[in-house]
Design a protein around this ligand. Sequence first.
Ligand code: MN3
Length: 195
Amino acid sequence: MKLELPDLPFAPDALEPHMSADTLGFHHGKHHNAYVVKGNELLADANLDAESLEELVVESAKVGGPLFNNVGQCYNHSFFWNSISASGGGAPSGPIAAAIDASFGSFENFKTEFVNAGVGQFGSGWVWLVADGDTLKIVKTANAETPLTEGLKPVLVCDVWEHAYYLDFQNRRPDFLASFIDNLVNWDFANENLT
Ligand code: MN3
């Protein structure tokens, strides 16, 4: 199978002022697209058997190196675009709200833990909300790594590579992470991932 660059699930300026069209133009149009192009070059010689992007991530992780890095980044970015929304942010509703209360005690505790995990990821990486059976957990991964290869079910993700926030927040990663929770996080997508 080949990698594809998905369309953004929102207009490029729909998330302003929290995430600018400029950021999305580079992040989706240049960075994500580069992973698609390079990943397809490497896949052409890899002979991997996969029927979904998720399977391709797991199979490419067995190979590792640049192949996994590019395939993993394609999955992670596609998941990230779905994790943000123009109508997102703030306190959750639906099953994810109860699940967060059960696993973290409160939404405020969840937010604090999520932001701290993202701030604590040294260098490039990702902070995830994942389901481990019936329990929700926050995990961080470096570079292109993904909880999929650990048998965990991704529920939400925030990209904490500098390219995700530098144009809008410069070096203020904590502010970007707080804004992700306050203004962007797509709880509808999280609810879909719980079922
Ligand atoms: Mn990125």
